[in-house]
Structure formats: structure tokens, C-alpha cells
Design a protein around this ligand. Structure first.
Ligand code: NDP
Ligand code: HEM
Length: 485
């Protein structure tokens, strides 16, 4: 095909002869329906928006590399971990949770920390946060929890009453609430915070042995945080402080890095730990104390390339905890189990049936599946044979690969709706965290909580203070004093 001259075209490739003046009958109009270039421009503009993510709508992302620095092949057969020095291309998207796409970057909120690794055995997505725990431990409560973070149906305002009503009725939230209102609740930029896989996931090795694992991403830039007053000043100047910082750093060659670490327990060690501590190793509101499961080095991620087009590569990025690869798997964590469904479902709604074939989501390895047709099917049936569009077939179409099968997992118990509150200690770990804070940090924690409780009815505040008191009487007293100021 001959190379076209470099001029503006319609979407069908025809030259645009005038991009300044509409086609009209006479200089003063009216316009003519045959001006298909005008119609195309207006029609396309009407279709520029897609649904924003229902949570984590505001985000910032970049591409980079993951490099293995330590051998963990004894724990995982995943190709991404095969050999010290091995590099895998990746994408990261950071986000706030509650704010809409236009929200200010520097608001107090948990930050999303979503990673997509383009491995040769498929995409591995680790969709984590900048906190090691979460507010709830049963996914049945996720839509309720998110409703408290989003706008009130009548006032269309965020509702502190809804937030504290829910939290004060959900003691499992105390750990994450304490992190949220501590200094780490407002990182200065996405580069100045850690990431955590948060859930317990699994690794399995060539011998078919399974290990439980938690992933940690430690910022090499160091944690840097803002106070409420400082974030107010930043937001007063710019709503886009994170985008400016991340984009600017990469554009100027200051590539941010994180050290990748894992905590690993064998199935037996997890059982023993659970028996000893009373904690469920799959409870998302709990960490594994470092003393019980030491951090092991794995590698480093570096972000070194800004997207060429934000919408195409960051807005259309689709991260899902269900994107695992041989050697890395899920765990029984009920929250994770629900997420294995929820994300791909959201992607089909938000981006369309073939979202996985968009360039940013497309695996960097060959893809052979038998899904057929659907809106915007823009790629061929890549089974190597147009007649092989079902399976089994005798056309040499691709077949299953049992050599990659995950080791079997023993499960037991009666099917029932088990209380996720009974017998759970929701206070010991927040207490351990609170005890880490020096007096000045504690004072900021109390002040931040008091500020966020403005306008909340007294009975809800009292209920929350009673929960803080179970972490430590001084915690409740500190918040009470801050409320009185
Ligand atoms: P350790 O003393 O070994 O670890 C404490 C950890 O707390 C630090 O390593 C650091 O984790 C993290 N931390 C320090 N300052 C803050 C802060 N302002 N806000 C949030 N986290 C902070 O004790 P344990 O492992 O026994 O954990 C004690 C408590 O520390 C836990 O109950 C939990 O609240 C918190 N924590 C524990 C983590 C874990 O995986 N064990 C991870 C993060 C927090 P990091 O190096 O990851 O920044
Ligand atoms: C985004 C559901 C818990 C981290 C999303 C999205 C949905 C969702 C539907 C939007 C996806 C999209 O449109 O692309 C849920 C459900 C949860 C849950 C049902 C619990 C049952 C969590 C937890 C974490 C987390 C525990 C972190 C540990 C994220 C992140 C994003 C996200 C980082 C943004 C991903 C991106 O950058 O595109 N979640 N979520 N979520 N969630 Fe969750």
C-alpha cells in the first residue's frame, strides 16, 4: 500500500479539506446535512466518555520493569521469577478510592496500587492498595461500605455520618481506619508510599507444593506524607498534584522504584500460626506480623515510561485479581474470592466484551481462545486454523495444558453463612499499630479523626469512641479531647 501524505483525514481515511468552516447554504447558513465531517466530529464528541471505575476512578499510571534480584523459585514456578536478573515489562496504576475522576489527588483516602506484569505465561495482575489491610472481611459488605464513601443520594455530598455509622457498626474496620487517619492517610505523591498485595495469595512450585504469600512493595523514595493542612494548601493550588509529580518525575528521568518483598508460610506453618494466635491467615483485616513471617527479597520495580495516551493506556487499563499465571494463585480469603468475579465483570461493562484485546491489556504472549464474535470483535480467531472455532476439534486447534494445573486444595466444612465477627480479635493489631506512633503522631491521628467527625450525630460518635477505647483507653480519650477543641 502506498504511503498516504501527512494530512488530516476522516475516520474513513479520506482527506479533510476544511477543518475550520462548516458547510452551509450561503455564508450565513443554514448548515447542510451532507457535511459528514461536522457530523462525525459532533458524534464522536458525544461518545468520548465511558463509565468511570465505580471505585478508584481517579488514577495515575506509568509503564516500567520488574527485575528479579533474589531467587524464589523454590516457592513458585512462575516464569516471572525465573532467574536473578530476569526482567518483565509491567504497568502500574495508582488511584484514590472514593473520589470521582475529577477529584483532587491529595485527598485523605486509601490509595490503590495496581500492577500488571506482562509475563510470557500470561498477564499477572496484583491489584493492591497502599495499606496492608482493608476495612471489611466479608465481600457481602463491600457495596454497603462503598456507598458510605460515595455521595449521599439526597444531598449529593459525601456523608461523614454514613462513614462513621458504618465503621462504628463494623469493628473489623478499626485497623484500616487507624491507618487512614494516621500520617500515611495522605502520601505526598504515589511515589512516596508502599504498596501491598494485602490479601494472602498462593505460590506453588514445580513440585506442586503450595505456599501462602503476602506481597509488599517498599518505596525506595521513602514514605512522605502530608497533614490535613498541607493537603489543603496543595489542593488549593492544584487538584492534579499526583499526576504532575509522577508524570514529571518520569519525564525528567527520575524513575521511581519499589523493592518487592514477600512473606511466605507453608500450608502447615499457616495452620500452626493460626492455632497459636487465633488469627485466620486469610483475614484481610489482619497483617502477618513480621516476627512471625519475615520479609524476603524478591526484586525491584521501576517505572520509566509515561503512557503515550492517558485514556488508551491508563483509563482503559483493566486490572483483575483473577489474572494469575502458573505458579501464582488465589487463596480462600472471602474478599479475594469475590474480587475474582467482580473485576472482569466491571471491565466487560466499562470497556466492552473484548477489553482484554486492547493494546494495554493484551498479553505479550500468544492468546488462543474459542470465544466468538461480540461487539467490536477486531481480531481474528487466532487458533491457527479458521475451521477450529470449537473444542474439541480434529483441526489441530489449541487444547488444554494440564501441565500448568494448580495443585489441589483441601477444603472442608458445612456450607453455611458463617459470622465473620464471632471470635475475631479486631483490637490487637490496631493496638500494635497505635503503639508504634509517637505522641505527636498520635495527636495528629486524634485530630484527623475529630476533623472527619464534624457534624456526625453524638450517638454514632459515642459508639465509635467505645470501639477506640477497646484498642486503648488513651486512644478514645485522645479523640474525645480533640473533639472538644
Ligand atoms: P513490626 O514492628 O515488625 O512492623 C511494623 C510495621 O509498621 C513497619 O515495618 C511498617 O511497615 C509499619 N508502619 C510504620 N509506621 C507506620 C504507620 N505510620 N502507618 C502504618 N504502618 C506503619 O511489627 P508487626 O509486623 O508485628 O506489625 C505491627 C503493626 O504494624 C501491625 O499491626 C500493622 O498495623 C502494622 N504493619 C504491619 C505490617 C506487616 O506486614 N507486618 C505492614 C504494615 C504495617 P512497612 O515497612 O510495611 O511500612
Ligand atoms: C477497582 C471491586 C476490594 C483494590 C475496583 C473496581 C471494582 C472493584 C468493581 C473497578 C474495576 C474497574 O472498573 O476496572 C472490589 C470488590 C472488593 C474490592 C468487590 C471486595 C469484595 C479491594 C481491595 C483492594 C482493592 C481489598 C486492595 C487490596 C482496587 C484497586 C482498584 C480497584 C487498586 C483500581 C484498579 C485500577 O487501577 O484500575 N474494585 N474491590 N479492591 N480495586 Fe477493588
Amino acid at each position: 500500500m502506498s504511503k498516504c501524505p501527512y494530512h488530516q483525514t476522516t475516520t474513513a481515511g479520506a482527506p479533510v479539506t476544511d477543518n475550520q468552516n462548516s458547510l452551509s447554504a450561503g455564508p450565513r447558513g443554514p448548515l447542510l446535512l451532507q457535511d459528514h465531517h461536522l457530523l462525525e466530529k459532533l458524534a464522536h464528541q458525544n461518545r468520548e466518555r465511558i463509565p468511570e471505575r465505580v471505585v478508584h476512578a481517579k488514577g495515575w499510571g506509568a509503564f516500567g520493569t520488574f527485575t528479579v534480584t533474589h531467587d524464589i523459585s523454590a516457592h513458585s514456578r512462575a516464569a516471572i521469577f525465573a532467574g536473578v536478573g530476569k526482567q518483565t515489562p509491567m504497568l502500574a496504576r495508582f488511584s484514590t478510592v472514593a473520589g470521582e475522576m475529577g477529584a483532587a489527588d491529595a485527598e485523605r483516602d486509601v490509595r490503590g496500587f495496581a500492577l500488571k506484569f506482562y509475563t510470557e505465561e500470561g498477564n499477572w495482575d496484583l491489584v493492591g492498595n497502599n495499606t496492608p489491610v482493608f476495612f471489611i472481611r466479608d465481600p457481602l459488605k463491600f457495596p454497603d461500605f462503598i456507598h458510605t464513601q460515595k455521595r449521599h443520594p439526597r444531598s449529593n455530598l459525601r456523608s461523614p455520618t454514613a462513614m462513621w455509622d458504618f465503621w462504628s457498626l463494623s469493628p473489623e474496620s478499626l485497623h484500616q481506619v487507624t491507618i487512614l487517619f494516621s500520617d500515611r492517610g495522605i502520601p505526598v505523591t504515589p511515589m512516596h508510599m508502599n504498596g501491598y498485595g494485602s490479601h494472602t495469595y498462593s505460590l506453588w512450585n514445580q513440585a506442586g507444593e503450595r505456599f501462602w504469600v503476602k506481597f509488599h512493595f517498599k518505596t525506595q523514595q521513602g514514605w512522605q506524607t502530608m497533614t490535613n493542612a498541607e493537603s489543603g494548601q496543595v489542593i488549593g493550588k492544584s487538584r492534579e498534584s499526583y499526576q504532575e509529580a509522577l508524570f514529571g518525575a518520569i519525564e525528567s528521568g527520575r524513575f521511581p522504584r519499589w523493592t518487592v518483598q514477600v512473606q511466605v508460610m507453608s500450608e502447615q506453618q499457616a495452620e500452626e500460626w493460626s492455632n497459636r494466635t487465633g488469627f485466620n491467615p486469610f483475614d484481610l483485616t489482619k497483617v502477618w506480623p513480621h516476627a512471625d513471617a519475615p520479609l524476603q527479597q524478591v526484586g525491584v520495580i521501576e517505572l520509566n515510561r509515561n503512557p503515550a495516551n492517558y485514556f488508551a493506556e491508563i483509563e482503559q487499563a483493566a486490572f483483575s485479581p483473577s489474572n494469575t499465571v502458573p505458579g501464582i494463585g488465589a487463596s480462600p480469603d472471602k474478599m479475594l474470592q469475590a474480587r475474582l468475579f467482580s473485576y472482569a465483570d466491571a471491565h466487560r461493562y466499562r470497556l466492552g466484551t473484548h477489553y482484554e484485546a486492547l493494546p494495554v491489556n493484551q498479553p505479550r504472549c500468544p492468546v488462543h481462545h474459542y470465544h466468538k464474535d461480540g461487539a467490536m470483535r477486531f481480531f481474528a480467531n487466532d487458533t491457527g486454523n479458521p475451521d477450529a472455532y470449537y473444542e474439541p476439534n480434529s483441526m489441530n486447534g489449541p487444547t488444554e495444558a494440564p501441565q500448568y494445573k494448580e495443585p489441589p486444595l483441601a477444603v472442608d466444612g458445612m456450607a453455611d453463612r458463617y459470622s465473620h465477627r464471632d471470635g475475631n480479635d479486631d483490637f490487637a493489631q490496631p493496638r500494635a499499630l497505635w503503639a508504634l506512633f509517637d505522641d505527636a503522631h498520635k495527636a495528629r491521628l486524634y485530630g484527623n479523626i475529630a476533623a472527619a467527625m464534624a457534624g456526625v450525630p453524638a450517638n454514632i460518635v459515642e459508639r465509635q469512641l467505645a470501639l477506640f477505647a477497646q484498642i486503648h483507653p488513651d486512644y478514645a480519650a485522645g479523640v474525645t479531647a480533640a473533639l472538644a477543641q
